[in-house]
Design a protein around this ligand. Structure first.
Ligand code: DC
Length: 233
C-alpha cells in the first residue's frame, strides 16, 4: 500500500508521515530530502540551475536515504549530508532545482524504485511517501492520499521551532524572514510547469493549523484502516 502525503513546507507532513510509518512498521520515504541532496550537489559544484547542467550532473549522482534512529540519513555520493540539507539556503536550492525536468525524472524514478523494492521485500507492508507531487504524479494510484495545509503563520512558527531545535544554525532567524521564505517557496513550488504542488483530486485535504500531531496521525491511520478493512465499522 502507498500512503501519499503532500503539502507545502511546515504543513506537518514530515512529522505525520514519519509517525504513521513508525506506527505501521512501514517505510517512510522523504522525497524532499532527495531534492535537497540534488540542490546541494548543484551548489557544491557551482553549477547554474539550468536544464543543461542538470542533464550533465544528475545521471552521475548517487542519492541514498537510510532510515536512522533519529530520522532519515541522507547520503550524497557516499557523504552523509543529513545536516547540510536542512538549512534555509538548502530549502531554497531544493525548490529551484526541483523545477528542472532532468532532476524530476531521475528523482521520480528513484522514488518508485525504492518503494517497489520495499513492498516486494516486505509482504503486506507499505510505504508512507511525503512530498509535493506524490498523489498527482509519482503514485497517482496510491490507496491513501492526503494533502496537508496550514496557515502561513502557523507554518512559519513550526519551521522556526525546527530550526532552533535540531537545525544546524539560524535559530535567530526572525519569524518574518521564515514567513517570507516559506511564501516564496510555496509560490515557486505551486507555479512551476512540472508536477506543481497541488492536491490530487482524490486527496483528503486536512488543515493542520489547529490540530495536534497525534490528531493528524490518527486521521491518516483511520484512512489506512478503512482501506485495509473496508467493511469494518
Ligand atoms: O519537503 P521539503 O521542504 O524537504 O522539500 C524541499 C523542496 O523540494 C520543495 O520546496 C520542493 C521540492 N520537492 C518537490 O518538488 N517534490 C517533492 N515530491 C518533494 C519536494
Amino acid at each position: 500500500m502507498i500512503v501519499a502525503i503532500d503539502g507545502p513546507a511546515g504543513s506537518g507532513k514530515s512529522t505525520t508521515a514519519r509517525r504513521v510509518a513508525d506506527r505501521l512498521g512501514w517505510l517512510y520515504l522523504d522525497t524532499g530530502a532527495m531534492y535537497r541532496a540534488v540542490g546541494l550537489a548543484f551548489r557544491e559544484k557551482g553549477l547554474p540551475v539550468t536544464e543543461a547542467a542538470a542533464t550533465d550532473l544528475v545521471p552521475g549522482l548517487d542519492v541514498r536515504l537510510e532510515p536512522g534512529s533519529d530520522g532519515t540519513r541522507v547520503a550524497l555520493d557516499g557523504d552523509d549530508v543529513t545536516d547540510r540539507i536542512r538549512t534555509p539556503e538548502a530549502s531554497s536550492d531544493a525548490s529551484r532545482v526541483s523545477a528542472l525536468a532532468p532532476v524530476r525524472a531521475a528523482m521520480v524514478a528513484l522514488q518508485r524504485h525504492v518503494a517497489r523494492e520495499y513492498v516486494t521485500a516486505h509482504a503486506d507492508s507499505g510505504v508512507v511517501v511525503e512530498g509535493r507531487d506524490i498523489g498527482t504524479v509519482v503514485f497517482p494510484d496510491a490507496e491513501v492520499k492526503f494533502f496537508l495545509v496550514a496557515d502561513l503563520d502557523a507554518r512559519a512558527s513550526r519551521r522556526l521551532v525546527d530550526l532552533a531545535d535540531g537545525g544546524p544554525a539560524d535559530a535567530s532567524e526572525a519569524l518574518d524572514t521564515v514567513r517570507a521564505e516559506l511564501a516564496a517557496r510555496d509560490l515557486r513550488d505551486e507555479s512551476r510547469a512540472l508536477a506543481p504542488l497541488r492536491a490530487a483530486p482524490d486527496a483528503v485535504t486536512l488543515d493542520t493549523t489547529a490540530l495536534t500531531i497525534d490528531q493528524q496521525v490518527e486521521h491518516v491511520l483511520d484512512a489506512v484502516r478503512r482501506v485495509r478493512a473496508p467493511s469494518a465499522p
